[in-house]
Design a protein around this ligand. Structure first.
Ligand code: FPP
Length: 250
């Protein structure tokens, strides 16, 4: 399969990895088998993203709401996450990937948090792709956290109320170090954001596919990128204005 043209690659792709449970159920397997296969897709899609030259990939691995799943499933997801961090450590470091996270990782058990923090620290200076795992993450919670952060800065006299604007808000968010979000992919046929990157997705292109996450591989990512490249991103302008700007940028 031909690589997509590099000049209009999405800088930042975020994926809602959905359908692991249904994938397993259809095969008469326990849900965890779907998650296990889903971890293989994480490896495949991460490698493909890096090879294509995407700057940042954010994966919705565990939402703040996922804590309410049956205890056994949460335990198994945590074990899977730890295995992933241990197994992928060398590949991440060898390929210059910077691993980062968004979400409340203090809630994660020590056996996940320790290898996670070690890999975040050891990869912090890497300048290849950024792989961002959304763990114990919720978009509304992230907006509330950023708001609290700004309120505290105002109360401490560090900034003035009038300094609170879109730019300073974006800088207060946990995604501040990531490039602008260009493309959100959701697998499994569901068409909603489910509390994922609510602020950041304001102008992102949304791509929905019926493919279940365990079946989503490099070729499916390329399809999503091709669809993105065929969209016209207008950012509130008219189509004619967008075309004019492409010929004569401001
Ligand atoms: C949604 O499918 C998926 C999750 C809640 C967990 C995602 C986890 C992985 C892909 C594997 C581990 C992650 C890493 C980074 C190694 P679902 O269970 O809601 O599926 P369903 O809607 O079909 O029930």
């Amino acid at each position: 399969m031909q690589a997509p043209p590099e000049e209009d690659l999405p800088r930042h792709v975020a994926i809602i990895m959905d359908g692991n449970g249904r994938w397993a159920k259809r095969r008469g397997l326990p849900r965890i088998e779907g998650h296990r296969k889903g971890a293989d897709s994480v490896r495949d899609v991460t490698r493909a993203s890096r090879e294509l030259g995407i700057q940042a990939l954010t994966l919705y691995a565990f939402s703040s709401q996922n804590w309410d799943r049956p205890l056994e499933e949460v335990r198994m997801l945590m074990a899977l996450l730890r295995d992933y961090l241990v197994d992928e450590r060398a590949e991440i470091l060898d390929n210059g990937i910077r691993l980062t996270t968004i979400g409340n990782i203090d809630r994660l058990p020590d056996f996940v948090r320790e290898p996670l923090n070690a890999l975040k620290d050891d990869s912090a200076n890497n300048r290849g792709m950024t792989l961002c795992l959304a763990l114990s993450y919720g978009g509304r919670e992230a907006i509330v956290d950023a708001t609290r952060n700004l309120v505290e800065q105002v109360m401490a006299g560090e900034i003035r109320t009038q300094d609170v604007n879109e730019l300073s808000f974006a800088e207060a968010l946990c995604t501040a170090t990531l490039p602008p979000l260009d493309l959100v992919v959701r697998t499994s046929g569901e068409q909603r954001l489910s509390n994922f990157l609510l602020w950041e997705a304001a102008y992102a292109e949304l791509y929905f596919t019926d493919t279940m996450w365990p079946d989503f591989k490099r070729a499916d990512l390329m399809d999503a990128i091709a669809a993105y490249q065929n969209r016209e991103r207008r950012f509130g302008l008219t189509s004619d204005q967008v075309k004019l700007r492409a010929i004569a940028p401001k």
